[in-house]
Design a binder for this molecule. Structure first.
Ligand SMILES: [Zn+2]
Length: 412
């Protein structure tokens, strides 16, 4: 390999260039630092000394002298809002939004941030006012999104429907699930105002918006039932099976009530017994147990739960079985006591044994009830929030229809 002598010349040249580049960078940095107004350092100092209000004043002065530093303000505003200091975030963003010399894009950005600050501070009217000023431009879609959240918080369902419709093309997203739910909310409002015709109108619209919506037929059934039309109510509720059978357990008790009103308790029990053979059994145990107990007594309920235990063993079925057993033993004991009262003097044979058995069964029932009481919970698919009641809108993440109508068990 031949040693290339020109390398000897190139090396010092490269070092020289490197040294010059470093000096150039340092000089540029120094000149940039020199260009920053003194208020910037004053503000930084206040911020580091945990004097945020004085810091804001200093930074507002910076942006007056040098409009290029708006990014600093947005960062500061976002920081305050994240820390829950909404008043300070509002001050920073308000200052930006009111500056006429800022480019439109930055002022719109400030209005958007301001809307979120007001929302966070619970000043809903002012949030709406800020966001409504952004109906075009790059912040139109995110602003409408925040407006939609705001209308949901305010329960302004008609405005929510309009906002969702406007968002659909902007976000290329289907909002039919939400719109149908907003119609159902309007129907519920109408029912509270005792205006069933209005409610029916909204529910029919909900079904048109989203034919898979189950809440609409549930509520239509309630309206029919309230009007004394049990047969009509059954039509709506049993029709849910065709939409999505997993929602049937949510209407099980209403179906039982409607059949009872029609004087056909037997049909309700037949319907429930049939469903106990399906994969919906776990959700229907309570309803089936109660219907059997009321119609045929504790012994029949115990037999039904024993059958269920053989078919699909579960802690819930075992609990119900012991509930029925305890009820049966208690009934027998009442009968024995009544008989004993008839027999003059002397305890009937086997009484001590019965009491012992009754106590044993009750103890097992109590233990099982204690173990299973908080076992089953509806769980949000999105955020995992667990709830004893079924919600159409998750209280944890505010999303719609994220709860499966099936409770899941989690042993703590
Ligand atoms: Zn959730």
């Amino acid at each position: 390999m031949i040693f290339e002598t020109w390398w000897l010349l190139a090396l010092p040249l490269i070092f020289g260039l490197g040294w010059m580049a470093a000096r150039f960078d340092a000089r540029q940095l120094m000149s940039e630092q020199g260009a920053l107004p003194r208020s910037y350092f004053k503000g930084l100092n206040f911020l580091l000394n945990e004097q945020p209000d004085q810091a804001i004043d200093a930074f507002i002065e910076v942006v007056r002298l040098d409009p290029e530093t708006t990014e600093l303000h947005f960062a500061l505003g976002a920081l305050f809002r994240r820390r829950g200091e909404t008043e300070r975030a509002i001050r920073v963003h308000q200052n930006l939004a009111s500056r006429q010399d800022l480019p439109d894009a930055e002022r719109e950005h400030a209005l958007y941030e301001l809307g979120q600050d007001f929302l966070r501070a619970g000043l809903l009217d002012r949030a709406e006012e800020s966001l409504r000023r952004l109906m075009s431009g790059p912040y139109a879609a995110p602003a409408k999104h925040v407006l939609l959240e705001l209308y949901e918080v305010e329960k302004e369902w008609k405005k929510a429907i309009d906002a969702a419709r406007e968002l659909q093309p902007l976000e290329q997203k289907d909002y039919s699930v939400q719109i149908a739910q907003f119609c159902c909310e309007l129907a519920q409002d109408a029912l509270q105002r005792k205006q069933p015709d209005d409610a029916i109108g909204w529910l029919q619209q909900a079904a048109r918006e989203n034919p898979a919506n189950v809440r609409a037929p549930m509520l239509l059934g309630d309206v029919a039932m309230a009007a004394g039309d049990a047969q009509g109510a059954l039509g709506h509720w049993l029709g849910i099976e065709k939409q999505d059978a997993t929602y049937l357990p949510l209407v099980a008790d209403r179906v039982v009530k409607a059949y009872r009103q029609l004087g056909d308790d037997g049909r309700a029990l037949e319907w429930l017994r049939g469903l106990l053979k399906t994969n919906l059994a776990a959700e229907l145990l309570d309803s089936a147990y109660r219907a059997e107990l009321e119609q045929h007594g504790a012994h029949a309920a115990a037999v039904l739960m024993r059958e269920q235990l053989r078919r699909q063993p579960s802690l819930q079925a075992l609990t119900k079985y012991f509930e029925a057993q305890a009820a049966e033993v208690a009934q027998a004991s009442v009968a024995v006591t009544a008989n004993a009262a008839d027999v003059a003097d002397g305890e009937p044979a086997g009484c001590a044994h019965d009491v012992e058995h009754e106590q044993e069964v009750s103890a097992i029932r109590d233990l099982l009830q204690h173990r299973t009481r908080n076992l089953a919970r509806y769980t949000c698919r999105e955020c995992g929030f667990r709830a004893r009641l079924f919600y159409w809108q998750c209280p944890g993440c505010n999303r719609w229809e994220t709860y499966a109508p099936r409770r899941s068990e989690a042993l703590g």
